[in-house]
Design a protein around this ligand. Structure first.
Ligand code: KIV
Ligand code: ZN
Length: 512
């Protein structure tokens, strides 16, 4: 029997994923994701773009210092300054540090963005790879917008960078333009026309503008690509990147026609997906493959009957294979700290003693009013109580009156930069009144871009989960809050967004 080829999983949630609107994460949040990716056993974690900001640099450095299994990559343009800065952060990963340098190769990018000729681009790419190779043998080169590049020129660039020391060559579909058949042919062309191609791993990096990122990545693997770049939940610029869970589960499920393996521990997929949602506030659409709320739901009677008789009638993979214990009643009022901690660990949260105590107290409060506590409740507790930015503004107490004849009135007491303040406001509805009161107390008039509220689990005793997106001086942040009282959840989400705006690191814009 022929041996299955291993595909390297390169996760770029912390770099390309973080470029999703509203997905910016602080260092602590990035570390939580990095630990989870390590647990999931991805091969490479792209931790950021060190020259982009001090925050990015510090995050890459910290991830390089603490993560022990996967390789750690940092992005750089094809310039000395970028490469030096990338290595400054990556050096702590030692041999596992990877410099990922890139320059665009398509006519349209060279002409309008770079204003460089083909020869100049080849020279810049070679110089960048050589400089990176002076720091580490682990160098990846990306030909940005590769799929819209003239193929003979793409082959020329790839050959030149491999000669210069690149050990991975990435062929990105930067604008999500290609189709599976075409991408298969591009990868095949490079394998046939680049004489030194066997000295490097071919990597693929697909964006999802036409909804084909996963299909294109799978086609490229079939054509011989050895690395796939992807993100959790498929987050990323515009329509996102290739989704890690879809490509990995696709390979796992269709071993009959896709004889390739990955080292990903798929049982951690669900927890990782939920952790990312908790941190970024970017919800997964219910019908999303693999990790959507409905991915394993069988509503139709005929399906339910079939699944009860024999799971494989309608289930092509088990919920357990992604670590989902469907509808499992996890904990109740009498559960102790040990059981609570164990379940949190299964969900991917390893909390420090103090955080665990806070989360446990919050759980006990919830269990007093809610009979059944599900995984979703625990994720909401951790998101709400633990994954928090420093709180410049704190909600202390609030009460709201509303109804069909009384003017909705919110009375809110907060701690604003260590000073206790209280006010009452009337609004069009209870949420409006609450937001007006908070605005008055903090003295910040951020623009409300989005507001949504929903039940975290089923039942009338379910916790309300709320998301609020605010904009201030051109910067956007998404806040989240959870509470059995939906208006309190809304207030917490609003205040969370304000705290995030307050703690946001100013990013230097990097022209690429
Ligand atoms: O989409 C893209 O081309 C990229 C590169 C920097 C790899 O993200
Ligand atoms: Zn990209």
């Amino acid at each position: 029997m022929s041996e299955k080829r291993k595909v390297i999983i390169f996760d770029t949630t912390l770099r390309d994923g973080e470029q999703s609107p509203g997905a910016s994460m602080n260092i602590d949040e990035k570390l939580r994701i990095a630990y989870q990716l390590e647990k999931m056993n991805v091969d490479v974690i792209e931790a950021g773009f060190p020259i982009a900001s001090v925050g990015d640099f510090e995050a890459v450095k910290k991830v390089a210092q603490v993560i022990k299994g996967p390789q750690i990559a940092g992005l750089s343009r094809a310039s000395d300054q970028d490469i030096d800065r990338a290595w400054e952060a990556l050096q702590y990963a030692g041999e596992r540090g990877r410099i990922h340098t890139f320059i665009a190769t398509s006519d349209i990018h060279m002409k309008y963005k770079l204003k460089m000729s083909e020869d100049e681009v080849v020279a810049a790419a070679v110089a960048a790879v050589k400089r990176a190779a002076g720091y580490t043998p682990n160098v990846e080169f990306s030909a940005e917008d590769a799929v819209r590049t003239r193929l003979p020129f793409l082959a020329q660039v790839v050959e030149a960078v491999i000669d210069a020391g690149a050990t991975t060559v990435n062929i990105p579909d930067t604008v999500g333009y290609t189709m599976p058949k075409e991408y298969f042919e591009i990868i095949s062309y490079l394998r046939e026309n680049v004489p030194n191609i066997d000295k490097a791993v071919i990597s693929v990096h697909c964006h999802n503008d036409l909804g084909l990122a996963v299909a294109n990545s799978l086609a490229a693997i079939d054509a011989g690509a050895g690395q796939v770049e992807c993100t959790i939940n498929g987050i990323g610029e515009r329509a996102g990147n290739c989704s890690l869970e879809e490509v990995v589960m696709g390979l796992r499920t269709r071993q009959d026609i896709m004889p390739y393996t990955t080292d990903v521990v798929t049982e951690h997929i669900y927890a990782t997906s939920r952790l990312l949602t908790a941190i970024t506030g970017i919800a997964v659409q219910p019908n999303k493959a693999i990790v959507g709320a409905n991915a394993f739901a069988h509503e139709a009677g005929i399906h339910q009957h079939g699944v009860l008789m024999e799971k494989s009638t309608y289930e092509i993979m088990t919920p357990e294979s992604i670590g989902l214990n469907k509808n499992k009643l996890v904990l109740g009022k009498h559960s102790g700290r040990h059981a609570f901690n164990l379940r949190l660990q299964e969900l991917g949260y390893n909390l420090e003693k103090e955080d665990l105590q806070r989360a446990f107290e919050r759980f006990k409060d919830l269990a007093d009013i809610k009979k059944e506590i599900f995984d979703e409740d625990l994720v909401a507790i951790v998101a709400d109580e633990i994954i928090r930015v420093p709180e410049r503004y704190k909600l202390l107490e609030m009460s709201v009156t509303s109804g069909s004849f009384a003017a909705p009135t919110a009375t809110v007491q907060m701690e604003v930069e260590d000073e206790v303040k209280k006010t009452a406001q009337i609004g069009d509805g209870p949420v409006d009144a609450t937001f007006k009161a908070i605005k008055e107390l903090v003295g910040i008039d951020a623009r409300l871009l989005h507001f949504s509220i929903g039940a975290i689990t089923g039942g009338t005793d379910a916790q309300g989960g709320c998301s609020v997106r605010l904009e201030l001086d051109g910067r956007e942040q998404l806040g989240q809050g959870a509470h059995p009282d939906i208006i309190v959840a809304a207030a917490k989400a609003y205040i969370n967004a304000l705290n995030k705006l307050a703690s946001l690191q100013k990013r230097t814009t990097v022209d690429v």
